[in-house]
Design a binder for this molecule. Structure first.
Ligand code: NIG
Ligand code: FE
Length: 418
């Protein structure tokens, strides 16, 4: 088994501590100055101050990786992405700049449905090539685990094509991919006049099939105006839960629909967006284990003034996570460092809160916290090193990628070996 001693971590952010993280604990990153990590195979075998780890008998003959005095943290866990899509929607970007809104474009057949049309025609090979190239870019920005949703097929062939592709990608490239079935993204064109029948189809046929075939671990619903109603979302997610798929929900992105309360009622793993919730919702979420996943890339990219109430959520003790929401319509970024910058500058999270929200809390929301999200003995050696002297400089320098090394399960995946 390979053995590796990683040294010269000026600031080693272990993120050890309670899982999930809430309140003041989100500011405790478990920092070790001049730290080192001893890795055996794909797992962390020891972590601590350099002198102590270097002195371990088994570490003496290990290969050495000197990081040259950098800030080292657990690889980012990006818990909300729409990884598989066939093409960008850059035309819509320009239309929005000219004054059209995201929802107006969607009502006129653009938006999610234009990606659905293109995906149904796309070859699995073309989709795979595009997704693989994005995964490499995620890795270059320090991400080592992602969640990825279906939802651009909206017919069985299309949805299955995405979920099978995600499985193949999980096997064939280094990043871990956790799958979510999002058949309830929007009502597909064939069912436009009879949405109740589409919900029936999801509940009676597709959700049981996805669960039985092991095609996803989670089930998500986009519950908002222009998508699914609260009663429809409840029915879909209850059916999912009964089949063993854990609920997640797109909640309050454009309107306060009650989806945040539904997330609590169903003990969803995560409620995402939350731009339009009230302080009373924040307090209710804080009393639950639902992870509040904020996606500040969307409002930034759409040029909207709305801000998710991160401070009320954090101050009332909610479990907060951050994700890119990588998708061609509202957030075409793979960069967690950029999301950290937005979270700090626009949502007023502290750099430490943002780092907890990008590592251990999303790992909990994906139920992978036993192996990812912190640098602790027994977990995967998933690391990201940044070319800065102080971890607060990661969000401080916005729009620039300072990730100098990414390791997944003990293997350096960025920079790539020549
Ligand atoms: O999370 N809001 C729903 N889903 C995506 C947008 C997808 C798209 O526009 O293609 C989101 O923002
Ligand atoms: Fe989304």
């Amino acid at each position: 088994m390979s053995e590796l001693l990683v040294t010269a971590c000026a600031e080693l952010l272990t993120l050890r501590g309670p899982v999930p993280r809430r309140g003041p604990a989100m500011r405790d990153l478990g920092v070790i100055r001049d730290g080192a990590i001893f890795i055996r195979g794909d797992r962390i075998a020891a972590v601590g101050p350099r002198r102590r780890v270097e002195a371990l008998r088994e570490a003496r003959h290990a290969d050495k990786l000197d990081l040259g005095g950098r800030v080292v943290l657990p690889g980012f866990v990006d818990s909300h992405t729409h990884l598989v899509f066939p093409e960008s929607r850059v035309d819509e970007y320009e239309q929005r700049i000219a004054g059209k809104s995201y929802e107006e474009i969607a009502r006129n057949g653009g938006g999610i449905l234009s990606t659905v049309n293109a995906l149904r025609k796309a070859s699995p090979r073309g989709l795979a090539a595009r997704a693989s190239s994005y995964l490499e870019k995620f890795a270059r920005h320090g991400t080592t685990t992602i969640e990825a949703k279906s939802g651009y097929g909206l017919d069985w062939r299309g949805e299955a094509k995405i979920l099978h592709l995600l499985d193949a990608l999980h096997q064939d490239q280094p990043l871990d991919i956790v799958r979510t079935f999002l058949g309830a993204h929007v009502v597909p064109p064939e069912y436009r006049r009879r949405p109740a029948e589409y919900v029936d189809l999801l509940v009676r046929r597709w959700i049981p099939s996805v669960a039985t075939a092991g095609l996803a671990e989670f089930c998500d619903v986009y519950c908002d105006r222009g998508a699914f109603t609260l009663p429809q979302a409840r029915r879909i997610l209850k059916a999912a839960r009964a089949c063993g798929l854990v609920p997640r929900i797109h909640a309050a992105q454009f309107e306060r629909t009650g989806a945040a309360s539904l997330a609590i009622e169903l003990q969803a793993a995560s409620a995402d967006h939350l731009d339009h919730i009230r302080d009373s919702d924040a307090r209710a979420l804080a009393l639950s284990n639902v992870v509040c996943t904020l996606l500040p890339g969307c409002n930034f990219h759409l040029g909207l003034p709305q801000r998710a109430p991160a401070r009320p959520l954090l101050d009332s003790g909610a479990v907060v996570a951050l994700a890119t929401d990588f998708n061609p319509g509202t957030s075409p970024t793979v960069s967690m460092p950029m999301i950290l910058s937005l979270a700090c500058s626009q949502l007023r999270m502290t750099p430490a809160e943002a780092i907890s929200a990008a590592t251990i809390n999303p790992a909990y929301s994906l139920r992978v916290h036993d192996r990812a999200g912190s640098i602790e003995v027994g977990k995967y050696a998933d690391l990201a090193a940044f070319d800065v002297a102080d971890h607060r400089e990661i969000p401080y320098h916005f729009g620039v990628n300072l990730c100098s090394m990414t390791m997944k399960r003990g293997v350096v995946i960025h920079p790539k070996k020549p």
